[in-house]
Design a binder for this molecule. Sequence first.
Ligand code: ATP
Ligand code: MG
Ligand code: MG
Length: 348
Amino acid sequence: GATIGILGGGQLGRMLSVAASRLGLRCHIYEPSDNPPAGQVADAVTTAPYEDAEALGRFARSVDVVTYEFENVPTAALDTIEEIVPIRPGREALRISQDRLTEKTFLRDLGLQVAPFADIADTGALAQALALIGTPSILKTRRFGYDGKGQARLQDAQDAATAYAQMQDQPALLEGFVDFSFEVSVIAARSSAGEVACFDPGENVHKDGILRTTTVPARLNAAQRTDAVLIAARILNALDYTGVLGVELFVTPAGLVVNEIAPRVHNSGHWTQNGCVVDQFEQHIRAIAGWPLGDGSRYCDVTMENLIGDDMDRVAALSAEKNTAVHLYGKVETKPGRKMGHVNRITG
Ligand code: ATP
Ligand code: MG
Ligand code: MG
């Protein structure tokens, strides 16, 4: 069978490896740090930095396709790999989602609703953007943010200067605050033949910028449900995408507003492991390996809860709960704010 190369050895790479293994495929992980969660389950691991062109070349020659579990893969590394083996999802999806400005512009130009936004290149631009967008608003670094890191909420214009200074002149984006009713996400897949399938939208609750729970079904009416799926399909087709993509949406009385996209399997899609015959990880592997998409229809109600930091103390109790599946990532060290695992509770 084929060998899948995965850039990044975190929990997403680990769960992708498990899914690939179930399909009789092999996985080779490329990860700079020692003891990555995915290394415990993959067939092979290369421990080397993304700047090591020789190691990247060897890795690329050992696999049939390369995918990634995070957006911030350095461009030069992708150039090296792409000369040897295909990268799926393709470069365009990565380029767009690596930079919030490019991403928001792409989404807006597709005709989708996004929060009002402005590029912040310097302090002068910040003052102009504040005059245009006002407060409350959110200042976000254009690159490298996740789990709410690199973000500051501005209640009034006075907050802005301090917040921007803390970003140490990194290129940033000012976003108007969307007064949403709740948040949902669509985990969508597109095969190399161009077929599209979406998992049922999940309703997401964040705390301190980090996803806490995802619940299916979300409280969406039929029109909103259809709209969510159409939005995801439009994005997939525009990118000529192969693989799984996460689309985060704000639900407002004026319709669905797209927050951001992730060109990979997504934390808010972990419920599919216990709610669908084919979960998001298998769906991604199927797509990038050139298989047809599987049946991702939802057969039960699920709430996924992330286990973050000291939540690990609850694992013994959780593992004794009925209708609860515990998923742990095998991380060596527990840290505050670190995602250590999750549980899927079947609720109906
Ligand atoms: P992720 O871990 O999902 O990649 P991130 O660091 O990229 O997170 P965002 O998804 O942009 O950050 O924002 C995190 C959360 O902050 C959102 O899920 C939402 O709850 C809130 N948020 C972000 N932007 C806005 C906005 N414009 N209006 C209102 N709330 C927002
Ligand atoms: Mg993000
Ligand atoms: Mg997000």
